[in-house]
Design a protein around this ligand. Structure first.
Ligand SMILES: NC(=O)c1ccc[n+]([C@@H]2O[C@H](COP(=O)([O-])OP(=O)(O)OC[C@H]3O[C@@H](n4cnc5c(N)ncnc54)[C@H](OP(=O)(O)O)[C@@H]3O)[C@@H](O)[C@H]2O)c1
Length: 342
Protein backbone atom coordinates (compact mmCIF):
# COMPACT_ATOMS: atom_id res chain seq x y z
CA UNK A 1 0.00 0.00 0.00
CA UNK A 2 1.21 3.43 -0.93
CA UNK A 3 1.79 5.69 2.02
CA UNK A 4 3.54 8.47 0.17
CA UNK A 5 1.84 11.87 0.11
CA UNK A 6 -1.01 11.98 -2.42
CA UNK A 7 0.39 15.02 -4.25
CA UNK A 8 3.49 13.72 -6.01
CA UNK A 9 5.04 17.20 -6.08
CA UNK A 10 5.16 17.23 -2.31
CA UNK A 11 7.63 14.34 -2.56
CA UNK A 12 10.14 16.80 -3.83
CA UNK A 13 9.81 19.44 -1.16
CA UNK A 14 12.66 19.86 1.29
CA UNK A 15 12.20 17.73 4.38
CA UNK A 16 9.32 15.69 2.90
CA UNK A 17 9.40 11.91 3.06
CA UNK A 18 8.67 9.35 0.37
CA UNK A 19 7.80 5.95 1.86
CA UNK A 20 6.54 2.53 0.98
CA UNK A 21 5.32 0.16 3.62
CA UNK A 22 6.11 -3.55 3.62
CA UNK A 23 2.77 -4.34 1.88
CA UNK A 24 4.08 -2.55 -1.17
CA UNK A 25 6.74 -5.24 -1.50
CA UNK A 26 9.58 -2.86 -0.66
CA UNK A 27 10.98 -2.18 2.75
CA UNK A 28 10.12 1.18 4.17
CA UNK A 29 12.26 3.94 2.65
CA UNK A 30 12.72 7.51 3.68
CA UNK A 31 14.10 10.09 1.30
CA UNK A 32 14.75 13.36 3.04
CA UNK A 33 15.43 16.30 0.76
CA UNK A 34 16.58 14.14 -2.14
CA UNK A 35 17.96 16.55 -4.56
CA UNK A 36 18.77 19.29 -2.10
CA UNK A 37 21.48 17.09 -0.71
CA UNK A 38 22.41 15.64 -4.10
CA UNK A 39 25.71 16.38 -5.75
CA UNK A 40 23.92 17.60 -8.88
CA UNK A 41 22.74 20.78 -7.24
CA UNK A 42 25.97 21.34 -5.39
CA UNK A 43 28.45 20.85 -8.21
CA UNK A 44 26.46 22.18 -11.21
CA UNK A 45 25.20 20.15 -14.14
CA UNK A 46 27.79 17.73 -15.51
CA UNK A 47 26.19 17.71 -18.97
CA UNK A 48 27.73 21.07 -19.86
CA UNK A 49 30.75 19.07 -21.02
CA UNK A 50 28.64 17.74 -23.90
CA UNK A 51 27.79 21.21 -25.11
CA UNK A 52 31.07 23.11 -25.20
CA UNK A 53 30.77 26.38 -27.07
CA UNK A 54 32.84 27.00 -30.19
CA UNK A 55 34.17 30.54 -30.34
CA UNK A 56 35.14 30.83 -34.01
CA UNK A 57 33.26 32.49 -36.82
CA UNK A 58 30.96 30.01 -38.58
CA UNK A 59 30.28 31.54 -42.00
CA UNK A 60 32.84 31.70 -44.84
CA UNK A 61 35.19 34.69 -44.94
CA UNK A 62 33.80 37.53 -47.02
CA UNK A 63 30.13 36.61 -46.47
CA UNK A 64 29.37 40.29 -45.77
CA UNK A 65 31.86 41.90 -48.19
CA UNK A 66 30.42 45.10 -49.65
CA UNK A 67 27.60 44.97 -47.10
CA UNK A 68 26.72 47.59 -44.52
CA UNK A 69 25.37 46.46 -41.14
CA UNK A 70 23.64 48.76 -38.66
CA UNK A 71 23.56 47.51 -35.07
CA UNK A 72 21.84 49.39 -32.24
CA UNK A 73 23.55 48.93 -28.88
CA UNK A 74 26.60 47.70 -30.83
CA UNK A 75 29.08 49.15 -28.34
CA UNK A 76 28.55 46.61 -25.56
CA UNK A 77 27.56 43.04 -24.74
CA UNK A 78 25.76 41.01 -27.39
CA UNK A 79 25.64 43.94 -29.83
CA UNK A 80 29.40 44.22 -29.62
CA UNK A 81 29.78 40.47 -30.26
CA UNK A 82 27.49 40.64 -33.31
CA UNK A 83 29.40 43.66 -34.62
CA UNK A 84 32.69 41.80 -34.17
CA UNK A 85 31.45 38.77 -36.13
CA UNK A 86 29.93 40.82 -38.96
CA UNK A 87 33.11 42.88 -39.20
CA UNK A 88 35.22 39.71 -39.28
CA UNK A 89 33.05 38.53 -42.16
CA UNK A 90 33.75 41.68 -44.17
CA UNK A 91 30.86 44.01 -43.27
CA UNK A 92 31.27 47.73 -42.82
CA UNK A 93 29.43 48.31 -39.56
CA UNK A 94 27.61 51.28 -38.08
CA UNK A 95 26.98 51.04 -34.35
CA UNK A 96 24.60 53.37 -32.55
CA UNK A 97 23.62 54.09 -28.96
CA UNK A 98 23.70 56.92 -26.41
CA UNK A 99 27.33 56.71 -25.20
CA UNK A 100 29.54 57.90 -28.02
CA UNK A 101 32.79 57.29 -26.11
CA UNK A 102 31.87 53.61 -25.55
CA UNK A 103 30.90 53.22 -29.21
CA UNK A 104 34.13 54.83 -30.43
CA UNK A 105 36.24 52.65 -28.18
CA UNK A 106 34.49 49.49 -29.41
CA UNK A 107 34.71 50.63 -33.04
CA UNK A 108 38.47 51.22 -32.77
CA UNK A 109 39.11 47.93 -30.98
CA UNK A 110 37.16 45.79 -33.43
CA UNK A 111 38.29 47.49 -36.59
CA UNK A 112 41.94 47.25 -35.51
CA UNK A 113 41.42 43.45 -35.32
CA UNK A 114 39.40 42.98 -38.50
CA UNK A 115 40.73 45.76 -40.71
CA UNK A 116 37.17 46.77 -41.62
CA UNK A 117 35.71 50.20 -40.95
CA UNK A 118 33.26 50.66 -38.07
CA UNK A 119 31.37 53.94 -37.67
CA UNK A 120 30.14 55.09 -34.27
CA UNK A 121 26.98 57.21 -34.28
CA UNK A 122 25.39 58.68 -31.18
CA UNK A 123 21.66 57.99 -31.10
CA UNK A 124 18.98 57.69 -28.45
CA UNK A 125 16.47 55.38 -30.12
CA UNK A 126 13.65 56.79 -27.96
CA UNK A 127 13.81 60.02 -29.95
CA UNK A 128 12.50 59.74 -33.53
CA UNK A 129 14.31 62.94 -34.57
CA UNK A 130 17.61 61.54 -33.25
CA UNK A 131 16.96 58.30 -35.16
CA UNK A 132 16.33 60.30 -38.33
CA UNK A 133 19.58 62.28 -37.86
CA UNK A 134 21.46 59.04 -37.20
CA UNK A 135 20.18 57.55 -40.46
CA UNK A 136 21.13 60.79 -42.30
CA UNK A 137 24.67 60.44 -40.96
CA UNK A 138 24.81 56.77 -41.94
CA UNK A 139 23.51 57.50 -45.44
CA UNK A 140 26.27 60.03 -45.98
CA UNK A 141 29.02 57.79 -44.53
CA UNK A 142 28.12 54.33 -45.82
CA UNK A 143 24.82 54.49 -47.68
CA UNK A 144 21.73 52.67 -46.43
CA UNK A 145 22.39 49.35 -44.68
CA UNK A 146 21.85 45.81 -45.97
CA UNK A 147 21.59 44.43 -42.44
CA UNK A 148 19.76 46.00 -39.49
CA UNK A 149 19.97 44.53 -36.01
CA UNK A 150 17.68 46.03 -33.38
CA UNK A 151 19.52 45.00 -30.26
CA UNK A 152 19.39 48.08 -27.96
CA UNK A 153 17.29 47.59 -24.85
CA UNK A 154 16.85 48.56 -21.24
CA UNK A 155 15.56 46.38 -18.40
CA UNK A 156 15.64 45.96 -14.64
CA UNK A 157 13.95 43.60 -12.19
CA UNK A 158 11.22 45.19 -10.08
CA UNK A 159 8.02 44.02 -8.37
CA UNK A 160 5.25 45.49 -10.52
CA UNK A 161 3.59 47.11 -7.50
CA UNK A 162 6.73 49.24 -7.12
CA UNK A 163 6.83 50.24 -10.78
CA UNK A 164 6.40 53.96 -11.51
CA UNK A 165 4.96 55.31 -14.77
CA UNK A 166 8.49 56.52 -15.54
CA UNK A 167 9.97 53.06 -15.03
CA UNK A 168 7.35 51.59 -17.36
CA UNK A 169 7.90 54.32 -19.94
CA UNK A 170 11.69 54.21 -19.94
CA UNK A 171 11.75 50.49 -20.81
CA UNK A 172 8.90 50.45 -23.30
CA UNK A 173 10.27 53.59 -24.97
CA UNK A 174 13.66 52.03 -25.62
CA UNK A 175 12.52 48.53 -26.49
CA UNK A 176 9.24 48.94 -28.38
CA UNK A 177 9.21 52.55 -29.53
CA UNK A 178 12.95 52.60 -30.21
CA UNK A 179 12.77 49.46 -32.34
CA UNK A 180 9.74 50.85 -34.18
CA UNK A 181 11.40 54.24 -34.84
CA UNK A 182 14.58 52.62 -36.18
CA UNK A 183 12.71 50.04 -38.25
CA UNK A 184 10.21 52.49 -39.76
CA UNK A 185 12.81 55.17 -40.53
CA UNK A 186 15.14 52.73 -42.24
CA UNK A 187 12.33 50.77 -43.85
CA UNK A 188 10.80 53.86 -45.48
CA UNK A 189 14.14 55.05 -46.86
CA UNK A 190 15.05 51.58 -48.12
CA UNK A 191 11.67 51.27 -49.84
CA UNK A 192 12.14 54.68 -51.44
CA UNK A 193 15.56 53.57 -52.71
CA UNK A 194 14.27 50.14 -53.79
CA UNK A 195 16.89 48.45 -51.67
CA UNK A 196 16.32 45.10 -49.93
CA UNK A 197 17.51 44.41 -46.38
CA UNK A 198 17.51 41.94 -43.52
CA UNK A 199 16.03 43.12 -40.21
CA UNK A 200 16.73 41.18 -37.04
CA UNK A 201 15.31 41.92 -33.57
CA UNK A 202 16.82 40.59 -30.36
CA UNK A 203 13.99 39.89 -27.95
CA UNK A 204 13.90 37.35 -25.09
CA UNK A 205 12.36 33.97 -24.26
CA UNK A 206 9.76 35.55 -21.97
CA UNK A 207 8.37 37.66 -24.83
CA UNK A 208 6.23 34.58 -25.41
CA UNK A 209 5.28 33.60 -21.86
CA UNK A 210 5.43 36.94 -20.07
CA UNK A 211 7.37 37.07 -16.80
CA UNK A 212 6.82 38.50 -13.38
CA UNK A 213 9.22 41.22 -12.18
CA UNK A 214 10.04 42.35 -15.76
CA UNK A 215 6.54 43.25 -16.98
CA UNK A 216 7.58 46.35 -19.00
CA UNK A 217 10.30 44.42 -20.80
CA UNK A 218 8.03 41.41 -21.43
CA UNK A 219 5.29 43.66 -22.81
CA UNK A 220 7.64 45.68 -25.00
CA UNK A 221 9.50 42.63 -26.38
CA UNK A 222 6.15 40.98 -27.19
CA UNK A 223 5.29 44.16 -29.09
CA UNK A 224 8.56 44.02 -30.99
CA UNK A 225 7.80 40.45 -32.03
CA UNK A 226 4.33 41.48 -33.24
CA UNK A 227 5.88 44.35 -35.22
CA UNK A 228 8.46 42.10 -36.87
CA UNK A 229 5.95 39.38 -37.76
CA UNK A 230 3.61 42.04 -39.18
CA UNK A 231 6.33 43.58 -41.34
CA UNK A 232 7.59 40.16 -42.46
CA UNK A 233 4.16 39.70 -44.01
CA UNK A 234 3.85 43.25 -45.34
CA UNK A 235 7.30 44.23 -46.62
CA UNK A 236 8.55 41.07 -48.28
CA UNK A 237 7.37 42.73 -51.50
CA UNK A 238 10.02 45.41 -50.97
CA UNK A 239 12.83 42.90 -50.49
CA UNK A 240 12.83 43.03 -46.69
CA UNK A 241 13.12 40.05 -44.34
CA UNK A 242 12.25 40.26 -40.64
CA UNK A 243 13.42 37.72 -38.09
CA UNK A 244 13.74 37.43 -34.34
CA UNK A 245 16.18 35.81 -31.92
CA UNK A 246 14.95 35.11 -28.39
CA UNK A 247 18.13 34.66 -26.32
CA UNK A 248 18.25 32.85 -23.02
CA UNK A 249 20.79 33.96 -20.40
CA UNK A 250 24.16 35.03 -21.81
CA UNK A 251 26.48 36.80 -19.41
CA UNK A 252 26.96 40.48 -20.23
CA UNK A 253 27.69 43.25 -17.76
CA UNK A 254 24.63 45.24 -18.87
CA UNK A 255 22.12 42.40 -18.50
CA UNK A 256 23.46 40.62 -15.44
CA UNK A 257 24.07 43.73 -13.32
CA UNK A 258 20.40 44.73 -13.64
CA UNK A 259 18.78 41.31 -13.80
CA UNK A 260 20.80 39.45 -11.17
CA UNK A 261 22.50 42.15 -9.08
CA UNK A 262 23.45 39.78 -6.25
CA UNK A 263 24.48 36.90 -8.53
CA UNK A 264 22.14 34.59 -6.60
CA UNK A 265 20.03 33.50 -9.56
CA UNK A 266 22.83 32.45 -11.88
CA UNK A 267 23.24 28.99 -10.36
CA UNK A 268 19.48 28.45 -10.38
CA UNK A 269 19.39 29.40 -14.05
CA UNK A 270 22.24 27.09 -14.95
CA UNK A 271 20.63 24.21 -13.10
CA UNK A 272 17.42 24.47 -15.09
CA UNK A 273 19.14 24.76 -18.49
CA UNK A 274 19.25 21.27 -20.04
CA UNK A 275 22.61 22.00 -21.71
CA UNK A 276 24.00 22.93 -18.28
CA UNK A 277 25.54 26.29 -19.04
CA UNK A 278 24.90 29.90 -20.04
CA UNK A 279 25.18 30.93 -23.68
CA UNK A 280 28.20 32.77 -25.04
CA UNK A 281 28.10 36.06 -26.95
CA UNK A 282 30.00 34.49 -29.87
CA UNK A 283 27.29 31.82 -30.22
CA UNK A 284 24.47 34.32 -30.67
CA UNK A 285 26.73 36.36 -32.95
CA UNK A 286 27.11 33.37 -35.30
CA UNK A 287 23.35 32.82 -35.34
CA UNK A 288 22.65 36.51 -35.96
CA UNK A 289 25.21 36.55 -38.78
CA UNK A 290 23.61 33.51 -40.43
CA UNK A 291 20.09 34.95 -40.14
CA UNK A 292 21.28 38.29 -41.57
CA UNK A 293 23.19 36.68 -44.45
CA UNK A 294 22.09 35.63 -47.91
CA UNK A 295 22.40 31.98 -46.76
CA UNK A 296 19.14 32.68 -44.93
CA UNK A 297 17.41 34.52 -47.77
CA UNK A 298 14.36 32.20 -47.46
CA UNK A 299 14.03 32.89 -43.73
CA UNK A 300 11.47 35.55 -42.84
CA UNK A 301 8.99 35.84 -39.99
CA UNK A 302 11.05 33.32 -38.00
CA UNK A 303 11.35 33.38 -34.22
CA UNK A 304 14.40 31.42 -33.10
CA UNK A 305 14.63 30.56 -29.43
CA UNK A 306 18.31 30.29 -28.49
CA UNK A 307 18.48 29.34 -24.84
CA UNK A 308 20.09 25.93 -24.28
CA UNK A 309 16.59 24.51 -23.70
CA UNK A 310 15.74 26.78 -20.75
CA UNK A 311 12.24 27.68 -21.97
CA UNK A 312 10.97 24.14 -22.45
CA UNK A 313 12.71 23.12 -19.27
CA UNK A 314 10.69 25.67 -17.28
CA UNK A 315 7.46 24.88 -19.14
CA UNK A 316 7.08 21.09 -18.81
CA UNK A 317 4.98 20.10 -15.82
CA UNK A 318 6.92 16.92 -15.05
CA UNK A 319 10.41 18.19 -15.86
CA UNK A 320 11.43 18.32 -12.19
CA UNK A 321 11.47 14.51 -12.32
CA UNK A 322 14.91 14.76 -13.93
CA UNK A 323 16.20 15.18 -10.38
CA UNK A 324 15.11 11.64 -9.50
CA UNK A 325 18.03 9.20 -9.31
CA UNK A 326 17.93 5.65 -10.81
CA UNK A 327 17.48 4.17 -7.29
CA UNK A 328 14.61 6.50 -6.62
CA UNK A 329 13.05 5.53 -9.96
CA UNK A 330 13.21 1.89 -8.89
CA UNK A 331 11.23 2.74 -5.78
CA UNK A 332 8.75 4.86 -7.68
CA UNK A 333 8.27 2.19 -10.32
CA UNK A 334 7.45 -0.34 -7.60
CA UNK A 335 4.96 2.09 -6.11
CA UNK A 336 3.30 2.69 -9.46
CA UNK A 337 3.14 -1.06 -10.25
CA UNK A 338 1.66 -1.83 -6.85
CA UNK A 339 -1.19 0.63 -7.31
CA UNK A 340 -4.45 -1.23 -7.90
CA UNK A 341 -7.47 0.50 -9.42
CA UNK A 342 -8.10 4.21 -9.24
N1 LIG B 1 22.38 38.98 -22.04
C1 LIG B 1 21.29 38.26 -21.87
O1 LIG B 1 21.26 37.30 -21.07
C2 LIG B 1 20.05 38.55 -22.67
C3 LIG B 1 18.96 37.68 -22.57
C4 LIG B 1 17.81 37.95 -23.29
C5 LIG B 1 17.76 39.06 -24.13
N2 LIG B 1 18.84 39.89 -24.21
C6 LIG B 1 18.75 41.05 -25.13
O2 LIG B 1 19.97 41.21 -25.81
C7 LIG B 1 20.15 42.58 -26.15
C8 LIG B 1 21.54 43.04 -25.72
O3 LIG B 1 21.64 42.99 -24.32
P1 LIG B 1 23.04 42.86 -23.57
O4 LIG B 1 22.95 41.72 -22.64
O5 LIG B 1 24.14 42.90 -24.55
O6 LIG B 1 23.04 44.18 -22.64
P2 LIG B 1 23.79 45.58 -22.81
O7 LIG B 1 25.25 45.39 -22.99
O8 LIG B 1 23.32 46.42 -21.65
O9 LIG B 1 23.21 46.16 -24.16
C9 LIG B 1 22.18 47.11 -24.25
C10 LIG B 1 22.61 48.17 -25.26
O10 LIG B 1 21.49 49.03 -25.54
C11 LIG B 1 21.98 50.34 -25.64
N3 LIG B 1 20.89 51.27 -25.30
C12 LIG B 1 20.22 51.35 -24.13
N4 LIG B 1 19.35 52.36 -24.17
C13 LIG B 1 19.47 52.93 -25.40
C14 LIG B 1 18.84 54.03 -26.04
N5 LIG B 1 17.88 54.75 -25.44
N6 LIG B 1 19.20 54.33 -27.32
C15 LIG B 1 20.16 53.61 -27.94
N7 LIG B 1 20.79 52.57 -27.39
C16 LIG B 1 20.45 52.25 -26.13
C17 LIG B 1 23.13 50.44 -24.65
O11 LIG B 1 24.09 51.46 -25.03
P3 LIG B 1 24.08 52.94 -24.39
O12 LIG B 1 24.05 52.80 -22.90
O13 LIG B 1 25.35 53.54 -24.94
O14 LIG B 1 22.88 53.65 -24.93
C18 LIG B 1 23.75 49.06 -24.75
O15 LIG B 1 24.79 49.06 -25.71
C19 LIG B 1 19.00 43.32 -25.50
O16 LIG B 1 17.96 43.51 -26.45
C20 LIG B 1 18.53 42.38 -24.42
O17 LIG B 1 17.16 42.55 -24.08
C21 LIG B 1 19.97 39.67 -23.49
Amino acid sequence: MLVAPVDPWSWFGPGRALGLDKHGGTSSLLFQSWFHSSGVLQSGPPQSGFFSPIDGVMLPAGTFSNRVAFITGGGTGLGRAMTTTLSQLGAQCVIASRKLDVLQHTAEEISSQTGNKIHAVQCDVRDPQAVSRCVDQMESQTGLPDVIINNAAGNFVCPSERLSPNGWKSITDIVLNGTAFVTLELGKRLIQNQKGASFLAITTIYAESGSGFVAPSASAKAGVEALYKSLAAEWGRYGHRFNIIQPGPIRTKGAFSRMDPTGAFEKLMINRIPTGRLGKPSEIANLAAYMSSSYASWMSGAVIRFDGGEYVSMAGEFNELRRVTPDQWTVMEAMIRSTKGS
